[in-house]
Design a protein around this ligand. Structure first.
Ligand code: NDP
Ligand code: 2IT
Length: 449
């Protein structure tokens, strides 16, 4: 048996040798391997078929040049990617990120995470992730349009409603999806559900833009209810002020929580009174329509903006990291735990470092990992695909009921596999094992492939 010596250390050193310099990818795999390798050793059919070795190698990676012309007539070149990670349980599905930090390691970590997340949604979706090292900040509307058109011109042959269905992520929202969809339609002459997060006029779904943030709030609600607690009256800190953070705040406020901090890449705003629905509506308009900065919110409402600082030192009961990977380290986790934080739900993908995860676990802070807590976004993307296939649109109420039901099912799957011998509900372990089983069983069924 080739895999008789399967252990976390052996596995990780092999992976690092095969993929040098892919730091974020190693981190995401290690977090899953810590839970899944002991499970595989207890279930040798997965070990003998080399399932985890196969799952950590993407099906394929497409890397391409994106050339576009800026408003001053300069020719600009960016690098575009699509990592098609695993299509065992459905077509590749996952977002596109436009951010200067984008590289292969980051997209592989995101695609790998997506495999488990999409499995947990209970919907038939495989996993992919893509994007470009393009920085949308400071670009004009026309520059964004030209970049999106050029990006799609390079990508369109590789995607389709039955093969690979991209969506948004950091730097890619409704505006970018519209430009991408328009170009796909122009190139292929086809009008089909090849992207999700579309506008309502051309096949988009109600609640999609809210779904990730709402879902994270619902997942928190489930974790708390399972431990005889609730959101009402709790003080909450949220990082980020983008798509996920804003709608997470909206739902938390609706459920009776008090949101006292939000952030962006330049710092955080502390609002001790709590953000009310009117102030939030002002902020949503600022961020989505006027495309302004969070510091303008602080200025407008006479609040303090803490430049170049993270919000984790603000005392809270509940924390929602909703900005980006590795934004919450061990020191931040210690501060949160010492200040009495009882639960964390990740709206972002891998915002918590491995060291910080250990701090939360030792302090018995409830911790909902992104692949469970932020799965509401891709789940409603899955529902957008269903609606496109049926050529009809569900109501917002119908969709929110379905979203809530899916978040409950995800929570139940985590609980099924997550309990530690100490009695601590280890949602990281539960999500990893539950997400793994469905994909692994499909891969076993296909034979050696
Ligand atoms: P947006 O682009 O709408 O917002 C991103 C937010 O995070 C902004 O406030 C941004 O600040 C901040 N941010 C981004 N990069 C950094 C950085 N390097 N350092 C500090 N702050 C940063 O993205 P989303 O809200 O869509 O995505 C946020 C997170 O949620 C990501 O991890 C994404 O992968 C994840 N996610 C998104 C889903 C979706 O449906 N959109 C679904 C599931 C997960 P600034 O404006 O200053 O750059
Ligand atoms: O990380 C994610 O799950 C997303 N960015 C959403 C993916 C999707 O296909 O809706």
């Amino acid at each position: 048996m080739m895999y008789d010596d399967l252990s976390l250390d052996n596995f990780m050193s092999g992976l690092k040798k095969r993929t040098p310099d892919e730091r974020e990818f190693h981190q995401a795999v290690q977090e899953v391997a810590q839970s899944v390798i002991p499970f595989i050793l207890d279930n040798p059919q997965y070990r003998d078929a080399g399932i985890f070795e196969r799952m950590t190698e993407p099906d394929r990676t497409i890397i391409f040049r994106v050339v576009w012309e800026d408003d001053a007539g300069n020719i600009r070149v960016n690098r575009g990617y699509r990592v098609q990670f695993n299509n065992s349980i459905g077509p590749y599905k996952g977002g596109l990120r436009f951010h200067p930090s984008v590289n292969l390691s980051i997209l592989k970590f995101l695609g790998f995470e997506q495999t488990f997340k999409n499995s947990l949604t209970t919907l038939p979706m495989g996993a992919g992730k893509g994007g470009a090292d393009f920085n949308p900040k400071g670009k004009s509307e026309r520059e964004i349009m030209r970049f999106c058109q050029s990006y799609m011109t390079a990508l369109y042959q590789h995607i389709g409603p039955h093969t690979d269905i991209p969506a948004g992520d950091i730097g890619v929202g409704g505006r970018e999806i519209s430009y991408l969809f328009g170009q796909y339609k122009r190139l292929t002459g086809r009008f089909d559900g090849v992207l999700t997060g579309k506008a309502l006029e051309f096949g988009g779904s109600l609640i999609r833009k809210e779904a990730t943030g709402y879902g994270a709030a619902y997942f928190m609600q489930e974790m708390l209810a399972h431990h005889n607690e609730g959101i009402e009256g709790k003080t909450c800190v949220i990082s980020g002020s983008g798509n996920v953070a804003l709608y997470c705040a909206e739902k938390i406020i609706h459920l009776g929580g008090k949101v006292v901090a939000l952030s962006d890449s330049r710092g955080f705003v502390h609002d001790p009174e709590g953000i009310d629905p009117d102030k939030l509506a002002w902020l949503v308009d600022l961020k989505t329509r006027r495309r302004g900065r969070l510091s303008e919110y602080a200025e407008n409402f006479g609040l303090e903006f803490h430049a170049d600082k993270k919000p984790w030192l603000v005392p809270c009961d509940l924390a929602f990291p909703c900005a980006t990977q590795n934004e919450l380290g061990a020191g931040d986790a210690n501060a949160l735990a010492q200040n009495g934080c009882i639960a964390v739900a990740e709206g972002a993908n891998m915002p918590t470092t491995l060291e910080a995860l250990r701090v939360f676990r030792d302090a018995k802070v409830l911790f909902g990992p992104g692949k469970a807590a932020n799965a509401g976004g891709v789940a409603v993307s899955g529902l957008e695909m269903t609606q496109n296939s049926m050529r009809l649109a569900w109501t917002a109420e119908e969709l929110e009921d379905r979203l809530q039901a899916i978040m409950k099912k995800i929570h139940r799957q985590c609980v099924r596999y997550g309990e530690d011998p100490s009695g601590y509900m280890n949602y990281v372990k539960g999500a990893n094992i539950a997400g793994f089983i469905k994909v692994a069983d499909a891969m076993l069924a296909y034979g050696v492939a």
